[in-house]
Design a protein around this ligand. Structure first.
Ligand SMILES: [Zn+2]
Ligand SMILES: [Zn+2]
Length: 359
């Protein structure tokens, strides 16, 4: 079968022919991939940006951690999944033995690894994963929309970390797939949401298409001015999903005294912060990364309830064999979520769009 692999510790990816998997081992399942999304971290791995050197020891590895599909085979001891089941996957594998794992905080496991970054992932016709990482999908949730589960789970977790409550004035910075998800989830929880981008009209139009009324381009207006105009006062919460350090200081300036700012972007540069002003304002900075089991379950519920709306986050579908070109598209701001679809997807599944057209 073909797979999109990171083979060398340098810029690029290879479309490679790899052996089809044998029978899955004990506790593992093989999934026929229906669709797999290209994530910002996949693009970082493709570009080999600083901070991804940890992957060097895993090479060669098939990328892809946002996927959904149909169980094709189950290994010994797998009781709750059977061939034909439709599933998505939490890509984080924890050690199960450290203090955090034993205390029920698997997201704190320092030994955790990610399917699609440390181990072969979903940019292939099949992927073999621990059964415990699989989540069954409700009927009626199309598999391509279900491929949004992991990024939406990341968004739900960021909203959880921000402790967003009904009526809160929430600013979301960065209209990429995670920021769009955060804005949607916060609005679902009854918050008033302002989503801000910079020179980002296509993705702000996607925001409006999923019901985020206040999607603002900061080309012509400062963040503080936009927040004052929309909310009539400072924000209760700011959630940053840009990866630009400056957006943290801008976000703090738009936040009320005692408000919470959550950093959810992956940053390549340090933050310079006036600590005296920060202390006197009693503002809180928190970090959100990855997701939790309850957040992942909520993401599946939201996708099932709003499948049609949230499918608008998928702006492009590309055959896996066009994967490298699809990565170039994902690097541009001309796309929101790009899905890779195996060239021979599981023929039994009618819920996957076979669209091959180029946008
Ligand atoms: Zn991701
Ligand atoms: Zn652990």
């Amino acid at each position: 079968m073909i797979a999109l692999r990171k083979t060398v510790a340098a810029f690029g990816l290879d479309l490679a022919e790899v052996a089809a998997p044998g029978e899955p081992g004990p506790g593992r399942v093989t999934i026929a991939v229906a669709a797999a999304g290209i994530c910002g971290s996949d693009v970082h791995a493709y570009e080999w940006t600083p901070g991804y050197a940890f992957m060097a020891q895993a090479l060669p590895v098939t990328l892809g951690h946002e996927f959904a599909g149909t169980v094709r085979a189950v290994g010994a001891g797998v009781a709750d999944l059977a061939p034909g089941d439709r599933v998505t996957c939490w890509p984080t594998i924890t050690c199960g033995a450290c203090e955090d794992c034993r205390a029920g905080r698997p997201q704190g496991c320092a030994a955790r690894t990610i399917i699609g970054l440390h181990a072969d992932g979903g940019f292939a016709e099949t992927v073999t994963v621990p059964a415990a990482n699989c989540r069954p999908l409700p009927p009626g949730l199309p598999l391509d929309v279900a491929a949004l589960t992991e990024p939406l789970g990341v968004a739900v977790n960021a909203v959880d970390v921000a402790e967003v409550r009904p009526g809160d004035r929430v600013v979301v910075l960065g209209p990429g797939p995670i920021g769009l998800g955060i804005a949607f989830v916060a609005q679902e929880r009854g918050a008033r949401v302002l989503l801000a981008g910079l020179d980002d009209e296509l993705r702000l139009a996607t925001a409006r298409a999923i019901g985020i009324a206040q999607a603002v381009d900061l080309r012509g207006e400062s963040l503080e001015a936009a927040v004052a105009r929309v909310f009539g006062g400072p924000a209760d919460r700011v959630i940053e999903a840009t990866g630009v350090a400056r957006s943290v200081t801008d976000g703090l300036a738009a936040l009320r005294s005692g408000g919470i700012l959550v950093v959810a972007g992956i940053h390549s540069g340090p933050l310079s912060l006036d600590l005296t002003g920060f202390v006197r304002s009693k503002k809180q900075i928190r970090a959100a990364h990855d997701t939790t089991a309850p957040a992942l379950d909520e993401a599946i519920r939201l996708l099932a309830a709003h499948a049609e709306t949230l499918s608008r986050l998928i702006t492009h579908r590309r055959p896996l064999s066009d994967g490298v070109a699809a990565f170039e598209l994902a690097r541009s701001r001309r796309a929101v979520k790009v899905l890779l679809v195996p060239d021979q997807p599981d023929a039994d599944d009618p819920t996957v769009s076979r669209t091959r057209t180029r946008a």
